[in-house]
Design a binder for this molecule. Sequence first.
Ligand SMILES: C[S@@+](CC[C@H](N)C(=O)[O-])C[C@H]1O[C@@H](n2cnc3c(N)ncnc32)[C@H](O)[C@@H]1O
Length: 229
Amino acid sequence: MDKIEINSFEDLFNVLDRINESIDWNSFYEKRVMKAPFLVNNMLPDKMVTEFVKEHSIRDAVEFGCGEGRNAIFLAKRGIDVTAIDSSDIAIRNAKEKTEDLKNVKLICSDFLAVDFADRKYDLVLDSGMFHHLAPHRRLQYRELLKGLLKENGFFVLLCFAAGEDGAEELDDLEFYTKRNTGVAFSEQRLRDFFGSDFEIISIEKRGQEITEEYIDIPLLYGCVMKLK
Ligand SMILES: C[S@@+](CC[C@H](N)C(=O)[O-])C[C@H]1O[C@@H](n2cnc3c(N)ncnc32)[C@H](O)[C@@H]1O
C-alpha cells in the first residue's frame, strides 16, 4: 500500500474520511435489514416537505442524499425542476425506476461534493437525513457549497437527528473521529452555532410521529428552515 502523504487540504480530508467507518449505503439499500421509516415508506415524502411547498413558490430544487427519491419525486410531481444526488448507485437505480415518467427530475449518482453545479443556483436546497452522517470536515465543505447554491431568496430545508432522541448520539466533533458511530444528533444550539453566521434561521422544530397515505413524519428529527443572510 502507498504511504500516506498529506500535500493538500483534500489529501487531509481524504485521510480523515478513512478514520471513521461510515455506513455502507449500498448494502443498506440492497439488504433492507434496517427498517428505517424512510426505507419502509420509500414512496412517501416528509410531511415537512409537503408543508413547505404548500407555503412557498419553488421553481427549482436540489436534494442532497436523495436516497430512493421519495422527496424528489414529490417535488417533481408538483412541477418543480429537481436535481437529486446520492452516492449510492443502488439507491439511484431504485429511484430511476420510479421516475421514468418524470421529465423534470435529474438523478445524479455521486458524492454531493463532486457534482459540478456550474454556478447554478436554486430556490430550494433540501437535505432529509444526509447532513447528520457527514464527518465534521465534510460539514464545513457542505456549508460552503450550500452558500453558493442558494438564490438570494432561496431556502435551505434540513431534516437531521435531534439531540435527546433515539436517532443517534450527541457526539462532539472529536468523538466523531474516535468513536464508532452511525451519525450525530444535533442540539438546536449546535445547529445555530454551525449555520447561524451565514444563515438566517427561520425555524428549528422537533418533528412529530405520523404516517399517512400522503407523507411520513419522524419524531427523531429536527426540521429546519433557513435562508442566506
Ligand atoms: C438517511 S439516508 C436518507 C435518504 C433520503 N434522503 C430519504 O430520506 O429517503 C442518507 C442518504 O445520504 C446518502 N449519502 C451519504 N453521504 C453522501 C454523500 N457524501 N454524497 C451523496 N449522498 C450521500 C446515502 O447514500 C443515503 O442515501
